[in-house]
Design a protein around this ligand. Structure first.
Ligand SMILES: Cc1cc2nc3c(=O)[nH]c(=O)nc-3n(C[C@H](O)[C@H](O)[C@H](O)COP(=O)(O)O)c2cc1C
Length: 108
């Protein structure tokens, strides 16, 4: 398995409901793909951690990268893991305004 972290910039103003909609859709899809992780939005940027089998995460990253709701998609890190940090979370919404949780999880 791998854990991957990316940052991106929203192309339009996202409301709390918009982010909830992304989370709800992600929970459904990620559960089917056995992907776990977190998503944070600070009012301008997204930060997301994705965990799962490498091929599955790589395919999902390409789908997410192509989403017109954001741009400037930049993968900041990827590492092999044997244990998930977000076990039980198909996609956890985190109010992590400075993205410190995601950065700490990648460093752990
Ligand atoms: C910031 C952001 C994060 C996203 N994260 C996920 C995700 O974790 N899983 C997912 O399936 N879709 C995610 N999406 C949505 C995908 O880009 C895409 O719209 C969706 O997977 C298409 O699902 P469908 O094939 O069921 O229509 C995200 C979109 C954005 C803008």
């Amino acid at each position: 398995m791998i854990r991957l972290l990316y940052f991106s910039t929203a192309t339009q103003n996202m409301s709390g409901a918009d982010v909830d909609e992304i989370i709800a859709h992600s929970v459904k899809n990620n559960t089917e793909r056995d992907v776990t992780g977190m998503l944070a939005y600070n009012g301008r940027n997204f930060c997301q951690v994705l965990e799962g089998e490498k091929g599955t995460v790589d395919d999902l990253v390409e789908v997410i990268r192509a989403d017109v709701r954001h741009s400037g998609f930049k993968v900041l890190g990827e590492k092999p893991i044997t244990q998930r940090h977000y076990e039980g979370w198909a996609m956890k919404r985190v109010d992590d305004l400075d993205f410190s949780e995601a950065l700490n999880v990648m460093d752990a």
